[in-house]
Ligand binder design. Structure first.
Ligand SMILES: O=c1[nH]c(=O)c2[nH]c(=O)[nH]c2[nH]1
Length: 307
């Protein structure tokens, strides 16, 4: 109908692939990556929706198979980001007249090299905790916008946290405190890249894997503070801001960082009527409800007129 407009995309979600790169010589370590890949294509397939004309559809089954084929083509270990860019560009170069954009979302299962007798094992892996996440958007010029992240980074500190001075009204029960546990399952997402195109911070991190590890380290060390004394957190909000600021000051190529930090409450047990006296030593851990605190910190765009 002339007065209607259809926006559409199609793709394959949650394709799981494990890529093994065997040690090149006997006795050399194997490398393993397990990825979960979701692809969504913007393509000229309006007629498929409106007229049942499938002639321009890239089958989602083909997209799934392409994940395996490109994984095979990658003869050396590579980052999740580089794999995502390569995969996204594949659809644009294979179908330049049909596919006008590709979005690839990936996360990596945290297999870590096992250690046995204090030695890294050549072919043994164990599952870690937090996940590396990536979103790649490729446009028809082949420019790729890469957003990296970490999810389920679960951190807890037993002290050096409080919450005071907040608004009080007739429903406020929460006592003020300078002594509480602080726990969160952090999701962080940072954006730094434009290949080609206009972008104020356009350099590609030399090594995505290294940047991922270093961003994680900075998030963790800012959350906890120094090993012995720690650092006092007056709120999740302030700690979140300091974590984001630390990432931007360490990495000039990162233009913005988003942090989502649920405040996972550990409620001190208190049972005054039964004669057991607790003193911030027994807690009820709770998942729900939890505080939900999120923010994005970005560099202000550089104004040409100020240069
Ligand atoms: O760090 C906190 N921020 C809040 O906004 C909040 N709200 C609340 O009940 N406890 C906390 N803690």
């Amino acid at each position: 109908m002339a007065d209607l407009e259809l926006e559409h995309q199609h793709g394959k979600a949650r394709v799981r692939v494990a890529r093994l790169w065997r040690g090149k010589r006997p006795g050399e370590a194997d490398y393993l990556a397990e990825w979960n890949v979701s692809i969504s294509l913007i393509s000229r397939v309006l007629a498929a929706f409106t007229d049942g004309d499938n002639s321009n559809i890239v089958a989602t089954d083909t997209m799934k198979n392409t994940v395996y084929a490109i994984a095979k083509e990658c003869t050396d270990p590579l980052s999740l980001e580089d794999f995502g860019v390569r995969l996204g560009r594949h659809f644009l170069t294979t179908y330049p007249k049909i596919v006008t954009g590709a979005k690839v979302m990936l996360f990596e299962k945290p297999w870590e090299r096992a250690t046995v007798d204090g030695q890294p094992h050549n072919h043994g892996f164990k599952l870690g905790s937090e996940k590396h996440t990536v979103e790649v958007v490729v446009n028809s010029d082949g420019d790729a916008k890469v957003t990296s992240g970490v999810s389920e980074l679960s951190l807890l500190k037993t002290t050096q946290s409080g919450f005071e001075g907040f608004l009080r009204d007739k429903y406020t029960l929460l006592p003020e405190t300078r002594e509480r546990m602080l726990a969160s399952a952090i999701r962080a997402v940072w954006r730094c890249i434009c290949y080609g195109g206009l972008c104020s911070y356009s350099s590609k991190p030399a090594d995505y894997q290294k940047t991922y590890r270093e961003v994680k380290d900075i998030l963790v060390s800012t959350f906890f503070g120094p090993p012995h004394e720690g650092i006092y957190s007056p709120s999740v909000q302030k700690t979140l801001y300091e974590m984001a600021q630390a990432v931007l000051s360490r990495f000039p190529e990162i233009e913005s960082v988003y942090l989502n930090m649920p405040n996972i409450h550990f409620l001190p047990v208190n049972m005054p009527t039964v004669g057991v006296k607790f003193g911030d030593d027994v807690f009820i851990p709770t998942d729900e409800p939890h505080g939900s605190i999120e923010a994005r910190l970005s560099r202000k765009p550089i104004l040409i007129s100020n240069l």
